[in-house]
Ligand binder design. Structure first.
Ligand SMILES: Nc1nc2c(c(=O)[nH]1)N(C=O)[C@@H](CNc1ccc(C(=O)N[C@@H](CCC(=O)O)C(=O)O)cc1)CN2
Ligand SMILES: Nc1ncnc2c1ncn2[C@@H]1O[C@H](COP(=O)(O)OP(=O)(O)OP(=O)(O)O)[C@@H](O)[C@H]1O
Length: 210
């Protein structure tokens, strides 16, 4: 690809990301609540989530759809719950820290609540991504092939890069509001494909090829 094409692709992606983030921010508190309830109903019926024993989810910010209504249901099923935490000294990578009622929380540099560094520093409180069996991944956008767009930091793509090789392959469930769907997203070489996308109105799986 030449330089000009490269720059215009990047420009398109940034503009699209901004537009999709704007869409979810304009939802009213009531719409947010309805969407979250409807998403969680759908998620509870997914075989992928009913099999989960070690799952990560996220605490929503800036209009992201809220998956936390799942917490009581997961706890009742004795599923271990983890949150993504920005890894110190490891740029744009995540590790996953146990989220219990007693976990001490702080806000990270993006204003997202996460388990505090001292708690996360203890090995027994955290897992690398490959040791989870299921991840609920926050999406900024998705398309009908279940391709994803995230915040643009490459946090999930970097943390899941191990999935290109043989070995552990946690189930990846992308979640978003229905208004975050677009016709087609550009696929990047580093994108790790999702198994399923769930929104407040639908469940999408990529069509199998090959
Ligand atoms: N709720 C939630 N938690 C999450 C993610 C997420 O998307 N949602 N992440 C998924 O990767 C990781 C954090 N990734 C992020 C990547 C970029 C930005 C970001 O650029 N935010 C602001 C800038 C804020 C600032 O710099 O102060 C922005 O977009 O303008 C935020 C979080 C881990 N935790
Ligand atoms: N495995 C990787 N190793 C190194 N850099 C990576 C990797 N994956 C993604 N990146 C880099 O991260 C940046 C952001 O990627 P992209 O725009 O696809 O983000 P995203 O998929 O929206 O973000 P996220 O994964 O945080 O949801 C890109 O510049 C890309 O080069």
């Amino acid at each position: 690809m030449n330089d000009t094409a490269d720059r215009s692709t990047l420009g398109d992606k940034t503009a699209l990301r901004r537009e999709l983030r704007r869409r979810r921010r304009t939802l009213s508190p009531n719409q947010q609540k309805q969407a979250a309830a409807s998403l969680c109903q759908r998620l509870k019926r997914l075989p992928e989530i009913r099999r989960a024993r070690r799952i990560s989810l996220y605490l929503p910010v800036n209009g992201e759809i809220d998956p936390t209504q799942l917490l009581p249901w997961l706890r009742q099923r004795k599923v271990s719950i983890y949150l993504p935490v920005l890894r110190p000294f490891s740029a744009n990578r995540l590790w996953f820290v146990a989220y219990r009622e007693t976990t001490p929380m702080v806000k990270n540099r993006f204003g997202i609540a996460e388990p505090c560094t001292r708690f996360a520093a203890e090995r027994r409180n955290r897992l690398p991504a490959w040791a989870l069996d299921t991840l609920i991944v926050p999406l900024v956008g998705f398309d009908k092939q279940a391709n994803r767009m995230g915040m643009g930091g490459g946090f999930y793509d970097r943390s899941l890069a191990f999935m290109r090789h043989q070995g552990p392959a946690p189930t990846l469930i992308g979640v978003a509001h229905a208004c975050q769907q677009v016709d087609a997203l550009p696929i990047e070489p580093w994108d790790i494909p999702l198994d399923v996308v769930a929104s407040d109105t639908m469940v999408i799986r990529p069509t199998k090829t090959g």
